[in-house]
Design a protein around this ligand. Sequence first.
Ligand code: SF4
Length: 227
Amino acid sequence: MGIDVWIDRDKVVSNVVEETTTSNIPEQAKSESVNKPIQVFPEELATLKEVVSVCKKCELHETRTQTVFGVGNTNADWLIIGEAPGADEDKQGEPFVGRAGQLLNSMLLAMGLQREQVFIANILKCRPPDNRDPKPEEVIACESYLRQQIEHIKPKIILAVGRIAAQNLLKVDTPIGKMRGNRYQYPDSELPVMVTYHPAYLLRSPREKRKVWEDLKIAMKLYKEIS
Ligand code: SF4
């Protein structure tokens, strides 16, 4: 039932989602990502990426393999923001790889977007050990980087995926279930922010895919209104 919402949209989408439920995808995704050329950013973002790559503003620099700056179209209308790198992302230096990344790709595909058309980043650029939640001081230390990314990319809309991303981005403690479907604004701006569940949560709770599809439809409607 959770997959039906994607099947209705596009058979290709359903195939991708089906694949994310099989066990061989993580290794596939891993090897594909490892073999990808490193993205070359415009000068200002490249400089920012360099700064981030040597950042020691919080304790997470001690345990990271590398920073995970973000990836995608630097002129994107859509900015997708997650929580923080996980183990795979820390190894590969790219956000949303592995099964959750595959499912995010299928969510984007259902919206008529290729992964390469959007920009994908996280609240934190370094992996919290054991995938623990980010500490408030880590979010504060890192948030200027995301703000600078937003200033350079100038997206038309942000999609925050997951509770941690949504709450830290918007400085609220509202449960994510109550945030879904509502239009928020990125602090000190008029940039709209919509919220939905994290793909990793959907892998654990596939029935919630229907709710995510509802969220994405609302976000797409808003995007059309503001474009
Ligand atoms: S999480 Fe952000 S603030 Fe902390 S070390 Fe990494 S880049 Fe710097």
